[in-house]
Ligand binder design. Structure first.
Ligand code: TXA
Ligand code: MG
Length: 320
């Protein structure tokens, strides 16, 4: 029999329920400032296996481990100057560091048996409240099925994982709407594995980063070409939307287009666009249009991270 997935409101009884579920190595979808995560005990192989199974994610793609404070996150990795610098500057917040593992309690399955681990200290009150009542950190990938659109509200998690998990803790809409910036500091070179709301310019002022060339093989296991995908094909950098299509506009909505249409930001604000991106893709995906035409978004600042997602969301696998 499928599970009943409940959306739990933020109140003391429900927080206790969430803590109990996590202590019993069950999964709960939790809000973070970036997107919703599918959280489980990072020290428990059984909880971690459930995460992979619910998401249908290959075991070769490791998870991010979330800590309650900077100290416990840094205590779990082999330290270097860059780790300390970035942690002091950006934690708690939307930054994930990939470093060599020190904490032997972290499930090896969560790290895909690699020598490195991805760690982050989120800056969401509710998520941190939960972490503070647990004796273990939480592994939490985005709460979507593997390769699909990331959820940014409790209802969107339900849309994605209904019947597969017991509970979703409602923390309202995600403030940022895009996943954290992932930086690899495990070797002598520092590289950005995934762009996010902490932009490359900000990072470059702190340390020299270089985007790795991943043409031939994915250096980060999550760097596949297809991700964040709606069921409806996506057409990006569209100048116009055609009959039968849905339109995801950047700026004011054209009056002459009669099909389904939404604007990411009428004032062309990139922060608002990031926040609306996944939510609006999910709404337009339900219109059963022949494709979704997305207007061009400038590749500056946050636009870089937005376009990185849109390119992957529109990528089609050749030969099946
Ligand atoms: O904002 C976020 O980061 C959200 C919230 C819930 O914290 N989480 C998230 O997790 O986006 P996920 O699993 O969807 O993405 C994690 C990315 C994947 O691309 C994964 O391959 C990469 O981080 N990653 C994890 N561990 C790694 C490692 N040891 N080396 C390289 N990449 C790693
Ligand atoms: Mg994800």
């Amino acid at each position: 029999m499928p599970l009943q997935t409940k959306i739990l409101k933020n109140n003391p009884i429900n927080i206790t329920k969430v803590i109990q579920l996590l202590n019993e190595n069950n999964l709960v979808a939790l809000p973070t400032e970036t997107v919703y995560g599918l959280a489980g005990n990072a020290y428990s192989d059984s909880a971690i296996k459930k995460i992979y199974s619910v998401k249908k994610r290959p075991f070769s793609n490791p998870l991010i481990i979330h800590f309650k404070d900077i100290k416990s996150a840094l205590n779990s990795i082999i330290l270097n100057e860059r780790a300390e610098l970035l942690a002091q500057k950006f934690w708690p917040g939307p930054l994930t560091l990939v470093a060599k593992i020190k904490n032997k309690l972290i499930s090896k399955i969560a790290c895909s048996k690699m020598k490195t681990v991805a760690v982050r200290v989120p800056s969401h009150n509710l998520f941190n409240k939960i972490l503070n009542q647990l004796d273990f950190p939480l592994a939490a990938p985005s709460a979507n099925l593997y390769g699909k659109i990331t959820p940014t509200s409790a209802n969107d998690v339900k849309d994605e994982l209904n019947g597969k998990i017991l509970a979703i803790l409602d923390g309202g809409d995600s403030e940022i709407g895009l996943e954290s910036t992932v930086i690899d500091i495990s070797g002598s070179n520092t590289s950005v594995l995934r762009t996010g709301s902490i932009g490359n310019v900000k990072l470059k002022t702190l340390l020299l980063t270089n985007q790795r060339d991943n043409k031939n093989f994915p250096i980060s296991p999550g760097m596949s070409k297809c991700h964040y995908q709606p069921h409806t094909p996506l057409r990006i950098n569209a100048k116009v939307a055609y009959k039968g299509e849905a339109l995801l506009a950047f700026g004011r909505l054209p009056k002459n287009f009669k099909g389904p249409k939404l604007s990411l930001s009428k004032e062309k604000c990139l922060i608002e666009t990031a926040k609306n991106l996944y939510k609006m893709l999910r709404i337009l995906d339900k219109q059963k249009s022949k494709s979704i035409a997305v207007q061009k978004i400038p590749s500056t600042g946050l636009g870089l991270a937005i376009n990185e997602r849109l390119i992957k969301a529109s990528h089609k696998i050749k030969n099946g």
